[in-house]
Ligand binder design. Structure first.
Ligand code: SAM
Length: 279
């Protein structure tokens, strides 16, 4: 496989540094640098941005981001075994790659980034969904990021871009459509990864809206939709009864029938309900 940056092919990097994939860290690596460059291109024009990359592993996507012209990349990796491989990339792109060894769910990288900032990641899906929800629900808006380009299991990607009334519609779709524009930009079969996971994957690109589509307190909205979809088959008056003793009145105030089920309720009504519950 041709290297796009004068560095050794990723298979060689993995062999040299003994980076046998660890299941516990969700390690399914992308080794085709043409593919990682293609993913990097989905993130938009990187030449004027700092890129926050989560989970660089041996650095396939990192190399794609740098080769595609990212002004600077800050990469957070939990697995210390990957650091020497990432150091080699840093040396090939002087002053353009900084690596932090840590858990992306715990460290705060913002002080090390200069806006505008884009985020790119190929992560284990549980870490990816947790971070996506955090990135969509800060107290203030617009957020620190302009766009998120994230790899997910295909099924999770479909949940992020789902429309009301569909089976995949739920918390992720609501939060994503509330404050961002989300679309699937690339689909990848299991064989694109080493080792191959059991399921297909997809890259989702989210662009932050200048303002949320409707006003609501993010924490309240998140709680309301999480409860509503936790028991998606139940009528909302039952699914949400723990939220407020007079939940029927609040549903009616938000223009929602208490006998409706979560999957038939749109974003505007959920935001109205979050306001009715908060007020
Ligand atoms: N980006 C590389 C690629 O595309 O080949 C690696 C992708 S692999 C699916 C996920 C990477 O995320 C691994 O390198 C893993 O060690 C790292 N990782 C897992 N959990 C993490 C966490 N909580 N914080 C930071 N990195 C994490």
């Amino acid at each position: 496989m041709a290297a796009i940056d004068g560095l050794p092919p990723l298979r060689e990097v993995i062999a040299t540094h003994g980076l046998a994939a660890k299941k516990s860290l969700g390690q399914n690596f992308l080794l085709d640098l043409n593919l990682t460059a293609k993913i990097a291109r989905q993130a938009g024009d990187l030449s004027t941005c700092d890129v926050l990359e989560i989970g660089p592993g041996p650095g396939g996507l990192t190399r794609g981001l740098l080769a595609e012209g990212a002004r600077r990349v800050l990469a957070i990796e939990k697995d210390a075994r990957c650091l020497p491989a990432l150091e080699e990339i840093s040396a090939a792109y002087p002053d353009r790659l900084e690596v932090m060894n840590g858990d992306a769910l715990e460290v705060d990288p913002l002080a090390r980034l200069t806006p505008p900032i884009r985020v790119a990641a190929n992560l284990p899906y549980n870490v990816g969904t947790e971070l996506l929800v955090r990135w969509l629900t800060p107290p203030d808006w617009p957020p620190f990021w302009q766009s998120l380009t994230l790899m997910f299991q295909r099924e999770v990607a479909e949940r992020i871009v789902a429309r009301p009334g569909s089976k995949a519609y739920g918390r992720l779709a609501l939060l994503a459509s509330w404050r961002a524009e989300a679309r699937i930009v690339l689909s990848l079969p299991p064989e694109a990864f080493t080792p191959p996971p059991k399921v297909s994957s997809a890259v989702v690109h989210l662009t932050a809206l200048p303002e949320p589509r409707y006003p609501a307190d993010p924490k309240v909205l998140e709680r309301v939709v999480a409860m509503a979809f936790n028991q998606r088959r139940k009528m909302l008056r039952s699914a949400l009864k723990g939220l407020a003793p007079d939940i029927e009145d609040r549903l009616i105030a938000a223009g929602i029938k208490p006998t409706d089920r979560a999957e038939t309720v749109g974003l505007e009504q959920f935001c109205a309900l979050a306001r009715a519950v908060a007020g």
